[in-house]
Write a protein that binds this ligand. Structure first.
Ligand code: ADP
Ligand code: MG
Length: 446
């Protein structure tokens, strides 16, 4: 099947030629024709599978083929969890709008509110927004959504994990009329809050699930190294950055403090690193992302603020300097490499405090991992054996195991603890000296 077989407006097909791809991805093949009918959709597919076009194309097609409900209200609103993702989706939207008289605007947190009010007064036809700021504008009456035709929730599970349910409901109420179409995309449908929101906001939706969200793309090679302590992690990182043939790297740390500390260390060694964390101003965040996209910097050191959605094709390596606290973020982090058919390397450091996280990732991916070793950098830590039911050496797959034995493990639903919603998270604090303030993890904050 090719894009031209989907029955999309020719002008959209022409704009699609800006990209080089001809064949829609599986989620696109399934979601686009169905959404073009104007029906509600609840869809999940793994990261990097082309969900953005899966909602942009039907939304724009529908607008081209029908008269607007209102001359002033936006026709389409796309909600995303983070500001960086909002910018990226906005730029993809602009590409698809080339040659049309349609206007679009980006409404995300951290930017000047009054400038946004002015932009909204020009009645943009399409809006990409983070939910917090869009809800503020509704309260401020700088926009109305009575004429909204398509509402898209992108990365719905993440928006809900970040505590955006009240803002999503606020937006839903402002646009509550029979003819609104709602497209909800989530990395997983196995999420209570997503199902609750879907039952409130979607009207008899069709569920489409392509592949599983709990799998890592086959083009991404995963490697794990056991580590004793922080110095050991740093030595491994040095060696890896020396040896690997990388174009750009994203390094994930547990906390903002670690992000900055590590960036300084890398820069001392002239490795062109830059730190991105949620405590920066939006202007700083934008500058950093755009510099990284233009490859002014080769290494981005960040927290889970950048784990979702970002699509930078030069990223050949993702390094988990600390394992993520929330299991599914592992899949999203490593999904920042291997974009659009490229291959990628995902390297994770597993110290004593990362061990539990690794075990959860193994259960989530239903895969038992083996460890690699770098010459001269083998540590003492060999993993933590379960306290009650010790398993034999061969089953344990601890350090030194050469082959990963795929082993089916029953998947447990992931439960968030309350600290996650409050954006307070201690993460991997094994290396933080006692008495220091609890480190702040970076979930997005708008
Ligand atoms: P997701 O939202 O599912 O993580 P994206 O929409 O960000 O994925 O798309 C991931 C990458 O795949 C982007 O670089 C995008 O341009 C590219 N892409 C999208 N659709 C296709 C396609 N049909 N064929 C090839 N590449 C595609
Ligand atoms: Mg996406």
């Amino acid at each position: 099947m090719q894009f031209k077989d989907l029955g999309l407006d020719n002008r959209l097909l022409k704009n699609l030629m800006h990209y080089d791809f001809k064949t829609p991805t599986e989620i696109q093949q399934q979601a686009i024709p169905y959404s073009m009918l104007g029906k509600d959709l609840l869809a999940s597919s793994k990261t990097g599978s082309g969900k953005t076009l899966a909602f942009l194309l039907p939304m724009l097609h529908k607008s081209l083929k029908s008269k607007a409900f209102s001359a002033r209200d936006p026709r389409g609103v796309i909600l995303v969890p983070t500001r960086e993702l909002a910018k990226q989706v906005y730029s993809e939207l602009r590409t698809m709008l080339a040659g049309f008289s349609y206007t679009a605007t980006l409404i995300s947190g951290g930017e000047n509110f009054n400038d946004q009010v002015k932009a909204l007064r020009r009645y943009p036809r399409f809006i990409v927004a983070t939910p917090g700021r869009l809800a503020d504008h509704l309260d401020h009456r700088s926009l109305f959504l009575d004429g909204l035709e398509t509402l898209v929730l992108d990365e719905a599970d993440r928006m809900l994990d970040l505590g955006f349910a009240p803002q999503l409901r606020r937006i839903h109420r402002a646009a509550k009329h029979r003819r609104r179409q709602t497209l909800c995309f989530s990395a997983t449908l196995d999420h209570d809050q997503v199902n609750d929101i879907a039952s409130e906001m979607l009207n008899a939706p069709k569920s489409i699930s392509v592949g599983t969200s709990n799998s890592v793309d086959k083009d991404i090679t995963q490697r794990f190294y056991l580590c004793d302590h922080l110095d050991h992690k740093e030595a491994l990182l040095d060696r890896i950055l020396e040896q690997e043939d990388y174009r750009q790297v994203i390094i994930f740390t547990a906390t903002r403090n670690d992000t900055e500390r590590l960036t300084d260390k890398l820069n001392e060694r002239k490795l062109k690193a830059i730190a991105l964390s949620g405590n920066l101003t939006q202007t700083q965040r934008n500058t950093i992302m755009s510099q990284f996209e233009r490859a002014v910097f080769k290494i981005l050191v960040t927290t889970d603020v950048a784990s979702r959605g970002l699509d930078i094709s030069n990223v050949t390596h993702v390094i988990n300097f600390d394992m993520p606290k929330h299991t599914e973020e592992y899949v999203h982090r490593v999904g920042r490499t291997g974009r659009a058919g490229n291959t990628g390397d995902a390297i994770s450091f597993v110290g004593p405090k990362d061990w539990e996280s690794l075990k959860r990732v193994e259960r989530y991916l239903q895969q038992e991992m083996s460890f690699s070793v770098l010459e001269g950098l083998q540590g003492k830590f060999k993993g933590i054996k379960p306290a009650k039911k010790p398993v034999s050496k061969t089953q344990a797959g601890h350090a030194g195991a050469q082959k990963a034995k795929p082993k089916k493990v029953t998947k447990k639903p992931v439960k968030r603890d309350k600290s996650f919603y409050n954006n307070v998270d201690v993460g991997d604090n094994v290396f933080i000296p006692k008495k220091k303030k609890a480190p702040v993890i970076d979930d997005d904050n708008e």
